[in-house]
Write a protein that binds this ligand. Sequence first.
Ligand code: HEC
Length: 119
Amino acid sequence: MSWPRGVLGVLGLLGACSGAPEVEPAACPVHEPSSCSDSPTYEADVRELFARRCTSCHSAGGLAADRDLGSFAAVRRIGTTVLGQVQGCRMPPPESEAPLTLAERSLVVQWFACGAPER
Ligand code: HEC
């Protein structure tokens, strides 16, 4: 299976619409998946990543509790926004947290590109 070329074009548009300054691709690279045959899943990969890097703010009592990222349903509900933030290196907020690593960012982008499966 080949990487769906159209997806990255759409991702670029999402980033452009968020109102934040454009990020140079070189400053925010991502590994494009060559295949979805071994797609990340929410249960196996994404839940743990978001729990470690996002839900301190994005769950009840956090700075961004109104955008809960603590469950599959919640992440899917605001999925396009989540993807735009991760792809543009806008979250976690640079002033408060270390950026996602290339591997972490690539995992999230590949997960969305492969249909954001739960398991
Ligand atoms: C240190 C706290 C903190 C962490 C950690 C954090 N965020 Fe956020 N996030 C915020 C705040 C605060 C806002 C609201 C910003 C605003 O409305 O201007 C926000 C907003 C967002 C939004 C909504 C943006 C929009 O335009 O509506 C998304 C999506 C998001 N964060 C995703 C994530 C993801 C994914 C992670 C983990 C990789 C993450 N955040 C980690 C604090 C955090």
